[in-house]
Design a protein around this ligand. Structure first.
Ligand code: ADP
Ligand code: ZN
Length: 222
């Protein structure tokens, strides 16, 4: 059973790689970024509280994120396995996640570190476009849709948008937050003997192949 955390800087490809893994293994994709963005788009009172923080690339308060995660887990079928993408993001979240998972008797299989030089990801982030219809992620520099402005997967035209936090100032802030708050989790998971690192500096297909191999190897151990 695959129960995994994808850990890496913004732009390391967590979301894109997660989509391949979900297709192949049928696990639940739990992206706090996506859950929080839907709250913002729906204009819930929670969404309104966090919209500015997210736009600026800061971290949403732990209490909000942890509540979101435990509610999500309570309403989902844990026997399918799961993949956390963008969570945990600091040591409080990581420690609480251990508690939340232990309570439900579903410990992590491992933590996959997508390693990439954070300064090299700016172009990935600034070129990123998302399909608002199906969620597919494109990059106007490296991985554009075949017809400009139209999604290859769902055929939706005019639905490709740029995230509010994929601008230069927010990108810089998110990278700083990663270095100070999230990167220390590498040591936390290394000490817990859960950390596996892959080189995420190649193109999407290369990284996907490394991720596939690691997952097969790790699953074979259990
Ligand atoms: P990226 O990894 O490219 O920055 P995400 O979609 O994972 O994108 O996150 C986008 C934003 O959502 C973050 O900058 C932050 O404001 C908020 N967010 C997502 N996950 C968390 C989390 N676990 N804790 C706090 N804030 C979060
Ligand atoms: Zn689409």
């Amino acid at each position: 059973m695959l129960r995994v955390v994808f850990l890496g800087p913004p732009g390391s490809g967590k979301g894109s790689q997660a989509k391949y893994v979900i297709d192949e293994h049928g696990v639940d994709h739990i992206s706090t970024g996506e859950l929080l963005r839907s709250a913002v788009n729906e204009g819930t009172s929670l969404g309104n509280q966090i919209a500015d923080i997210m736009q600026q690339g800061g971290l949403v308060p732990d209490q909000i994120v942890l509540q979101l995660i435990s509610d999500y887990l309570d309403s989902s079928d844990l026997s399918k396995g799961f993949l956390f993408d963008g969570f945990p993001r600091n040591s409080i979240q990581a420690e609480q996640l251990q508690v939340i998972l232990a309570e439900r008797n579903v410990p992590l299989s491992f933590v996959l570190h997508l390693q990439v030089d954070p300064t090299a990801v700016v172009k990935r982030l600034s070129g990123r476009r998302n399909c608002s219809n199906c969620g597919r992620i494109y990059n106007i520099y490296f991985d554009p849709p075949q017809v400009e402005g139209q999604c290859d997967d769902c055929g939706s035209a005019g639905e490709l948008f740029q995230r509010a936090d994929d601008n230069e100032a927010s990108i810089r802030n998110r990278l700083d937050v990663y270095e100070s708050e999230t990167a220390p989790l590498l040591e936390f998971y290394e000490n817990a003997e859960l950390l596996v690192t892959v080189d995420a500096s190649g193109d999407l297909a290369e990284v996907a192949e490394s991720v596939r191999q690691v997952i097969l190897t790790e699953l074979a151990k259990t």
